[in-house]
Design a protein around this ligand. Structure first.
Ligand SMILES: [Zn+2]
Length: 415
C-alpha cells in the first residue's frame, strides 16, 4: 500500500523516540508457570515498627542485584553508566543499541569486555533492506554479532511496521516473510529477540487536549500515529503475533509490557497463547499501575517466570532519557529517583503514588507489593536465564574496585 507520509523523515524522527535513542542503532526454555504463587507468603509491608533496614515502603526487604534488560547506552558515556550502575544496585544492564556489524558493534563489544556489566543486543542494518537476500544477510550479521562480539540478543525497533518501506513505498509489515531467516537464526543461536511493535494507544488518538498523552505528544509531535497514513495499532500487534507463532523456537521479549499495557487482559491472553513470548516492563509503569493493584499483582504472580525488569534508560554524553523525554533535560541526579519509583511500585503497598515518568500521564498509580520470590525473578533471575548470563563479581583491591567477568566466558571481539 503506498504511503503518503514522508517515510524517510519519519524514520529519522523515530530515532529520537523512546525506543531508539542511541544510534541506529532457544530458545530459553520458557519457564512455564509453576504455580508457586500459592507457596509464597505475603510481605510484611509496613508491619514492623522495629525495622531498621530496607526501603521505607518495604521494611527489612533486601533487594537483589538488579538486571535492567532495557537501556540505550553510548560507549562514550562510560563514566556516567558506571555511576548509574553503582548507585542503583545494577549488576547487569542490556544495551539494546549495540549497533550493527558495520556501525558500532565492535566498539560496544570492547566496552563490554572492559566492563562485563554491559550486555549488548544487535541492531539490524535496515539500509540494506531492499537488497536481494536481505533476510539471509541480516541473519548472518546476527550470527557474527553473537559469535564474534559476544552479543546476547537482537533488538527490533518500532520502525519495522511503522516506517520501513520497500522501493515502491509500500509499508514493510512486521511479519514480512523476508525476515524469517533472521528470526530462525536467533532461535538457532539461542538468543532472544527484543521486539518493539506499536506504541501507546494514545499515540493513535487525535493530538489535542483530550489526548491523555498530550504533554508528551506536544513535545514530540512525530510520535503521533493518528490518521490513515499509519497502520492501526491492532494490525501491528497482530503482525507481531504471527511472527511469534511462526517461530516457536525463538524467544521474543515483547518490550513495554507487550506494548499493550492498557489492556492487561489482552496481554494475559497473549502470554497464554504464545509460550515463546516474555515481557519487559520498561517505560510502562504508568499504564500498568493504573489497573487495580490486586489485578496486576495476580498477573505478575501468574506470569512470574516471564516478566523482566527494564526501564528504557538512555545515557549518552549529551542526553539522559528516563523512560521518555520531555522539555526538561534530566540530570544524573534524577536517575536514582527514577529507579526508586520502580522499586516503590513493585515492592510497596501504597496507593496513589507517583510513577517514574511524569510526562507519560498526569495520574497516580497503586503499588503491588509483590512477594519476595517473584521480585527476585522479575529483578534478576528471569533475565539471567534468558541471557544465559551470570552476574559479574566485584572485587576490591587496594581501594580500587574491579569488576571480574562472569564465569561464563564472553567472546572476545575479533581484531
Ligand atoms: Zn527502548
Amino acid at each position: 500500500m503506498p504511503r503518503s507520509v514522508n517515510r524517510v523523515s519519519a524514520f529519522r524522527n523515530a530515532h529520537a523516540c523512546t525506543c531508539t535513542l542511541v544510534a541506529l542503532a532457544s530458545a530459553i526454555a520458557l519457564y512455564a508457570c509453576r504455580g508457586s504463587a500459592e507457596r509464597v507468603s505475603e510481605p510484611s509491608v509496613g508491619a514492623s515498627a522495629a525495622a531498621t533496614t530496607g526501603p521505607s515502603w518495604r521494611p527489612n526487604y533486601e533487594r537483589p542485584t538488579i538486571v535492567d534488560v532495557h537501556a540505550h547506552l553510548s560507549s562514550r558515556a562510560v563514566d556516567q553508566v558506571s555511576q548509574v550502575l553503582d548507585a542503583n544496585g545494577i549488576g547487569l544492564i542490556v544495551n539494546l543499541s549495540g549497533g550493527t556489524i558495520g556501525r558500532g558493534a565492535k566498539r560496544n563489544a570492547e566496552w563490554s569486555t572492559r566492563d562485563p556489566r554491559i550486555v549488548n543486543f544487535a541492531n539490524v542494518e535496515w539500509r540494506a533492506r531492499n537488497v536481494e537476500g536481505f533476510g539471509e544477510f541480516a541473519a548472518k550479521s546476527l550470527e557474527i554479532a553473537v559469535k564474534r562480539y559476544g552479543f546476547k540478543g537482537l533488538k527490533i525497533s518500532k520502525a519495522l511496521g511503522l516506517f520501513l518501506t520497500t522501493p515502491d513505498d509500500s509499508r514493510i509489515p512486521v511479519d514480512w516473510p523476508e525476515l524469517d531467516p533472521l528470526w530462525r537464526m536467533a532461535g538457532t543461536l539461542g538468543v532472544p529477540v527484543a521486539i518493539h511493535t506499536g506504541d501507546p494507544k494514545a499515540f493513535w488518538e487525535p493530538v489535542d487536549e483530550h489526548n491523555e498523552r498530550y504533554a508528551e505528544l506536544s513535545v514530540h509531535p512525530n510520535w503521533s500515529f493518528h490518521g490513515p497514513a499509519f497502520p492501526s495499532r491492532e494490525q501491528l500487534l497482530a503482525e507481531r503475533e504471527r511472527v511469534i507463532a511462526r517461530h516457536r523456537g525463538t524467544t521474543f521479549i515483547c518490550v513495554h509490557f507487550g506494548n499493550n499495557p492498557e489492556d492487561i487482559t489482552a496481554v494475559d491472553r497473549f502470554l497464554d497463547a504464545n509460550p515463546n513470548a516474555v515481557l519487559d516492563v520498561s517505560a510502562r509503569l504508568p499504564e500498568i499501575g493504573r489497573h487495580p493493584a490486586d489485578v496486576v499483582r495476580r498477573f505478575f504472580i501468574k506470569h512470574q517466570d516471564r516478566i523482566l525488569f527494564g526501564t528504557d534508560l538512555g545515557l549518552t554524553p549529551s542526553m539522559i532519557m528516563l523512560g521518555s523525554t520531555g522539555e526538561d533535560e534530566p540530570t544524573l541526579s534524577d536517575v536514582k529517583p527514577f529507579y526508586d519509583a520502580h522499586w516503590r511500585y513493585f515492592e510497596g503497598s501504597e496507593r496513589q503514588i507517583s510513577h517514574p515518568t511524569p510526562i507519560q500521564g498526569d495520574w497516580k498509580i497503586d503499588a503491588i507489593a509483590l512477594p519476595e520470590p517473584v521480585l527476585r525473578k522479575l529483578y534478576q533471575t528471569n533475565a539471567l536465564k534468558l541471557l544465559k548470563a551470570t552476574l559479574p563479581q566485584r572485587t576490591e583491591t587496594s581501594g580500587e574496585t574491579k569488576i571480574d567477568a562472569p564465569a561464563t566466558p564472553t567472546v572476545k571481539p575479533a581484531q
